[in-house]
Design a protein around this ligand. Structure first.
Ligand code: ADP
Ligand code: MG
Length: 701
């Protein structure tokens, strides 16, 4: 029944095939319903009149004035030819200017008639004028005059060229609402409408485009925001419940020999309370009989890896295999060597599989995975390849999730008869609203505590021309036996430029830190994997004291002796990237430092990022800040998929609405998981309509 608005837009009077094509391309508007959901970005109050004297104070904003034309004339030549009318009220004068339809307008305008003019005054040659104003006689009957608020719609250049400007879109919507308003059907049951005091859906759509009053506009917005988020939550939670129900999770009741042996003899440090709590939470999932899908959040350095390893031991104790998927080869290799070292005294076969694993190695490795000898397989997305078959995969750990697509997650699931338990680890704490949305189908655990003895990292901002002071400071640190990272930005568009930056930096460092006293490692994109690993290894073994690199070390690399992170051109990094980089130091017990080097000239945004870094070490604060600066699509990597393209919801500001949506969806589904109760049929119908319409969006998890 919701399909009755799926009529293609070209059938709306005034659109036609060419404009329809443009609407599809530019706005993703295909149907009447899509167009109804193309909401204005602002409204101008047309119930208010300004005097000409007043508008001097409001240049560049849309206003409405009332007055008379005293005289008009055509001036200028060719392209500059225009009609200029002097327009007066009792307080002053303004010029109205038209470049198009000059003749027609000149003939239709009359002197000494009271006109209402609507437009945007701009300052030109020291006086205000309005180009192409809307103008109508005060006594003229006019549908638009009945609209107290003028809606404004975003339009692209291409749209404007094809006369699809804001005004035209507004007219189209007016027309559309006239034609189809009877077809706008309620999609929320009356008990929700009553509970939240919502206006009905038809009134909401009419008033979000053409609000009768400010209050109705707010009511319309609230209601439509709610439905935008509510159905997404309903869908996410429903698929979560379905997964829990359908995916009988592997039972792993035992805490056995492997876990106990490691815990008693080889655990290198006591766990933090937060780590212990998370292990308990996940243990509960292992014995619940349901399949776990859990997000593990913990700031850089909070010790997610060891937590995952302990859980892997429980999984192995119960006769299952584990895999750990990392976003880059370097990180996978580091996890591999780190975990091998942790478990070296234990009899557990651990293997590494990445894109660069040689065919000869694969020949023995893959069968070993398939017959179950390999208990822990570590790798990159290569793990998801079809050739990788497990004997009994029980536990999948995904590190730094935000770089993986939803599809990869799904692909790993299919590697087992029943889907394995899945733990997604992320170091970038995600603001709550966002995790409820993007990861709405996951449970959440948080390691909100750093290991004891960590001193907060001191972060300082320096300009490039203060290098000498930094060089001096770095030498002091090296003389104390510490190691130093120096990171150069990586510009995707220009690999050669990156390389040059890094190489120039390398030359400078070689002069400032001469051999044989100082030794420098340099890792960059032109090295092959083996060469990179050699350089990294040298740094790990303390053969070199300085590690120069592009962002390859952004995630993962773990050298507790490194105490200084120098970030060159820090203004070119994103906030969460900077925070990640900083997390590479401060892992030992020494005081660590993060030095942000920038140009003197900084954009306002860069300055804010640098300031945030200097002010706080708190990953949650950084994440909130980042979300505000960059927007959600960028952060979750879902920009392309359009998943974060909400029409009305603002992930940052609408936390309350999002929480309400989630709570209501939750309570409905607890009572009626399949939405079978008669009062919920309406929800089920609309949800299935939406799932059909947005296959990518509503079928996560
Ligand atoms: P992240 O959460 O960023 O992945 P890691 O798991 O790499 O952090 O851990 C960071 C460092 O802290 C590692 O050197 C690890 O050995 C160490 N570590 C982890 N847990 C503890 C703990 N409870 N006490 C002391 N050091 C710890
Ligand atoms: Mg990590």
């Amino acid at each position: 029944m919701f399909t009755n608005l799926d009529t293609p837009v070209e059938f709306l009077k005034g659109i036609g095939t060419k404009r329809a094509e443009i609407l599809k391309k530019e706005l993703n508007v295909f149907t009447f319903y899509d167009l109804l959901q193309y909401f204005p970005y602002k409204y101008v109050d047309k119930s208010k009149f300004y005097t000409i004297a007043e508008i001097q104070h409001y240049p560049n904003t849309y206003i409405q004035i009332k007055g008379y034309i005293t005289d008009m004339s055509v001036v200028g030549q060719n392209k500059a030819k225009r009609l200029v009318a002097n327009f007066h009220d009792t307080t002053g004068k303004i010029q109205l200017v038209w470049f198009n339809n000059i003749k027609y307008i000149q003939e239709s305008l009359k002197r000494n008639t009271s006109y209402i003019v609507f437009g945007k005054p701009v300052l030109f040659n020291n006086s205000l004028n309005i180009t192409h104003p809307e103008i109508r006689a005060e006594n003229e009957e006019n549908t638009q005059a009945l609209i107290p608020f003028q809606p404004f719609y975003n339009t692209s250049e291409k749209m404007k060229k094809n006369s699809l400007d804001s005004k035209k879109i507004s007219r189209l919507l007016y027309q559309l609402l006239l034609e189809v308003k009877e077809k706008i059907i309620e999609n929320l049951p009356s008990y929700i409408l009553e509970k939240l005091n919502f206006i009905d859906r038809r009134t909401a759509f009419i008033n979000i485009h053409f609000p009768q009053t400010q209050q109705l506009l707010k009511q319309a917005t609230d209601r439509l925001k709610f439905e935008e988020m509510f159905f997404l939550q309903l869908s996410l939670l429903q698929s979560h419940i379905k997964n829990v129900k359908n995916n009988k999770g592997y039972l792993m009741p035992k805490v056995g020999k492997m876990f106990h042996e490691f815990y008693a003899h080889y655990l290198p440090f006591p766990l933090t309370d937060a780590q212990k709590r998370v292990i308990k939470e996940i243990r509960a999932d292992f014995i619940s009989g349901n399949q776990m899908n859990r997000l593990l959040q913990g700031d850089v350095g909070s010790g997610k890896t060891i937590t995952a390893v302990l859980l892997m031991l429980i999984v192995i104790d119960n006769g299952f295999q584990c895999c750990l998927m990392a976003p880059t080869e370097i990180l996978a290799a580091q996890h591999y060597s780190g975990i091998c070292k942790l478990l070296e005294k234990m009899d557990i076969q651990i293997e590494l599989l990445t894109g660069s694993t040689k065919a000869s190695k694969r020949k023995t490795l893959l069968p070993d995975v398939e017959n179950g000898n390999v208990k822990i397989l570590i790798g990159t997305h290569a793990l998801a390849e079809d050739t990788v078959l497990f004997h009994k995969l029980g536990f999948v750990v995904i590190d730094e999730q935000h770089r993986f697509g939803v599809e990869q997650r799904a692909k790993l699931w299919k590697k087992s008869l029943s889907p394995p338990h899945v733990l997604v680890m992320t170091a970038t704490p995600i603001p709550r609203t966002l995790s409820m949305t993007v990861y709405g189908d996951l449970d959440l655990s948080v390691i909100d505590q750093l290991p004891v003895g960590r001193k907060p990292i001191l972060t300082k901002h320096f300009y490039q021309h203060n290098r000498d002071r930094i060089t001096y400071f770095l030498k002091e640190e090296i003389n104390k036996g510490r190691q130093i990272y120096v990171v150069f930005p990586l510009i995707k568009e220009s690999e050669t430029m990156d390389f040059r930056n890094l190489m120039e930096g390398y030359e400078t460092f070689k002069i400032d830190f001469p051999e044989p006293h100082y030794k420098i490692s340099c890792v960059h994109g032109k090295l092959n994997q083996e060469e990179k690993n050699t350089e990294m290894q040298k740094f790990l073994n303390r053969e070199t004291q300085i590690m120069l690199a592009t962002t390859v070390i952004e995630v993962g690399i773990d050298v507790p002796n490194a105490s200084v992170m120098v970030i060159e051109n820090a203004e070119r990094f994103g906030l969460s990237q900077l925070h990640q980089l900083r997390g590479r130091v401060g892992r030992g017990t020494d005081q660590s430092y993060c030095i942000l080097l920038t140009d003197v000239k900084l954009t306002a945004d860069s300055r804010k990022r640098i300031q945030a870094m200097v002010e706080t070490n708190d990953g949650f604060k950084i994440a909130d800040y980042d979300l505000k600066l960059r927007g959600p699509g960028d952060i979750t990597g879902t920009k392309q998929s359009g998943m974060m393209d909400f029409k009305l919801i603002n992930i940052i500001e609408d936390e309350k609405i999002i929480t309400t949506c989630r709570n209501i969806a939750n309570s409905i589904l607890t009572e009626d998981p399949q939405l079978k109760n008669p009062e919920n049929t309406i929800l089920r119908d609309y949800l299935s309509y939406m799932k059909n319409k947005h296959t990518d969006y509503y079928q996560i998890g």
